[in-house]
Each structure stands twice: as C-alpha cells, then as structure tokens.
Write a protein that binds this ligand. Sequence first.
Ligand code: COA
Length: 172
Amino acid sequence: MARDGGLRLRLGVRGIVSEHVAIRRGAAADRPFVLELGQRTALDSVSALRTAAPQALARSYEQLVDVVFARSHVLAIAEDPLAGPVGFALMLDDLPDEVTGDDQGFVAYMAVEPHARRAGVGRRLLAAVEAVARERGLPYAALMVTEDNAAARELYASAGYVTERRLLCKRL
Ligand SMILES: CC(C)(COP(=O)(O)OP(=O)(O)OC[C@H]1O[C@@H](n2cnc3c(N)ncnc32)[C@H](O)[C@@H]1OP(=O)(O)O)[C@@H](O)C(=O)NCCC(=O)NCCS
C-alpha cells in the first residue's frame, strides 16, 4: 500500500488503481468518454472469423452509442478521484427478449481502461446497472459477448450469466 494525497492506493495487475473508485450514474455529458473508450476497445469484440477495419469499427460503435443514448437506458460510470472516469457499463432497459417478449435489461457495451482492469471495476459496473434494472422491475439481464473475448466471458460467467442462445457464423 502507498499513500498519495491522503488517498490509499494499491497496485493492480496493470497499474495503480484507487480503492476509492466510485460508481455513479452516468449522463449525456459522459457520452464522449463512452464513445472514446468504447472505440478504443471495440477490437476486443471482433471474432477471429472477421477482419475489421478500424474506421468501420469506430463507426459501428458510434452508431450503437447513438441508438442507446436515444432510447431508455442505464449508464454507470466508474470514476477514480485521481484519474477520472475509468470505465462504464451501458444498458438498454427497453429491449425485450426477442423470443419470449420478456422485459429485460440488455447490456449494450461495457469497458474498463486497461490500467484499471482486474481490480473488480468491471464487476462493480455490471452489478450497478443490474441493480437499476432490478429496481425497474426487469426480471432478466442479458447481453451478447464474442466467443474470443475471454476476459469478458469470464467476467459474465463469474457474475452468473449463462449461455442462452448461440449466434452462428460461417465464412462463405
Ligand atoms: C471485460 C472487461 C470489462 C473486464 O473489466 P475488469 O474491470 O478488468 O473486470 P474485473 O476486474 O471486475 O474482473 C472480474 C472477473 O472477470 C474475470 N476476468 C476479467 N478479466 C479477465 C481476464 N483478462 N482474463 C480472465 N478472466 C478475467 C475474472 O473472473 C475476474 O475476477 P478475478 O479478477 O477475481 O479473477 C475489460 O477487460 C474490458 O474493458 N475489456 C475490453 C472491452 C470489452 O471487451 N468489453 C466487453 C464487451 S462484451
């Protein structure tokens, strides 16, 4: 443990992460952060089957953010008092399950800054948007994850998510 300006810090696997990272509700003003971090990490969601042009990825992610911000959604932001925002989770709360029509919260995307990973921030962000979904009476939380994204798959499995359907793809 070290001390800096009265804040207790600890070394995470990849860098210094404050123990005082706070999770707060996000707002429209957080859109630039959500956009920038999401675009920077979007490659992690590209499966080994696909080749992705960075510009196409960035455009596609921006469209996702536009759609989600235009609809009813829940945004959680992880904020470090020294480093500022270090992660977010963005959930749609008006996207029913396509098969049953059940209400659900659908996690559109989440990401944590590389230097702040493996410190429990992602887990806390996910729990935060789930808590709001629960408050809103939504009986399920759902999301899609790329098979090759081991970190995200582990996070979701450890948070209790199980595979419900499979999205198949074949190279033609
Ligand atoms: C996925 C992501 C959000 C995880 O954030 P994080 O803050 O590092 O996650 P946490 O520290 O809360 O990890 C919680 C658990 O997830 C699993 N996990 C997280 N990262 C992992 C990794 N790189 N390898 C294996 N398991 C991992 C572990 O079970 C971990 O618990 P543990 O540290 O006690 O072993 C982060 O890696 C990220 O931003 N990735 C890029 C963007 C992305 O892929 N988003 C998901 C799109 S679906």
